[in-house]
Design a protein. Sequence first.
Length: 63
Amino acid sequence: MKNKQNKWLNAAIPALLLHCSIGTVYCWSIFSQEIADYIGFSKGATEWAFSFAIFFLGMSAYR
């Protein structure tokens, strides 16, 4: 019976982390210019990070 409480905790934490990671990827369009300006690159040069994140988001959804 001790595992019943642990079962919900083991399900809730990954679900929250998943939703945080999805939200982070999809808010890229709002902050991409500010991030590019902060690190000193053009917006086009930083788009690889978005492509990389979307690729792995899709691969994790596939698996």
